[in-house]
Design a binder for this molecule. Sequence first.
Ligand code: ARG
Length: 281
Amino acid sequence: MRQSKNAGGSVGKRTARPRHYLMCEPTFFEVSYSINPWMDPSRPTSTERGLSQWKTLHDLLVELGHTVELVEPVAGLPDMVYSANGATVVDGRALVARFRHEQRADESPAYLEWFRLHGWDTRQAAYVNEGEGDFLCTGDVILAGSGFRSELKSHAEAQEFFGKPVLGLTLVDERYYHLDTALAVLDDNEIMYHPEAFSPQSRTLLADRFPDAILADAADAAVFGMNAVSDGLHVVVPEQAERLPDQLRERGFEPVPIDMTELLKGGGSAKCCTLELRARP
Ligand code: ARG
């Protein structure tokens, strides 16, 4: 049993808010194609190891007091484990992904069906939109990435669909092809990010808007330290991150290390496997 407080518990001024997540078991996990620089189909993967790392993450989120729902994995869709890409869900409305690569296209109907069956107000994006891979909610704005996956028109579409302002950010390093590989929302208006992953203009935007953000160095970004899941207190981060745990503790967060190295072979870590479902307020 973990010693730390569960959701609803707090340490110092930080409070964990219970969350609702959607995950997808990596039953069919493998790296059989390459659509990002991390994926090397010639390098062996272990579905068993992927499953056990995923299960550790799943059980940890449950133990922290969160509700985790599951979408059924589909054979032939090995990237479906990265459920963060399935949709963006805000105020009870789900904007389901439209994937850039044909290898992932068939994930959309699976996610559409799940959201419809579970009673969410659902629409599929008209433009390329990779869900929470590129759309991250802060208290005031939705941060939206472009450059590699989601297209610019999807930012305007999300703004219209959710009725919330969207702040566009440009990614420039192909290793950090989704926004959630370069930036994480830690609390309502607190973030951490790896500045070098962004264009100079986007770095200025981020520095102006989030002057107190945690800045991650290249080594921590390269182990997917930015692909973290925060409940406002606990921050689930890859255990290979070195400086990040201290940086988080200094701000009153509680880092919770996890090993996701098998799923990193597909180009994703903890956050990629976790889609937050935000109900109507
Ligand atoms: N292999 C997947 C892809 O390239 C990994 C997706 C990672 N997910 C994420 N939220 N960044 O599309």
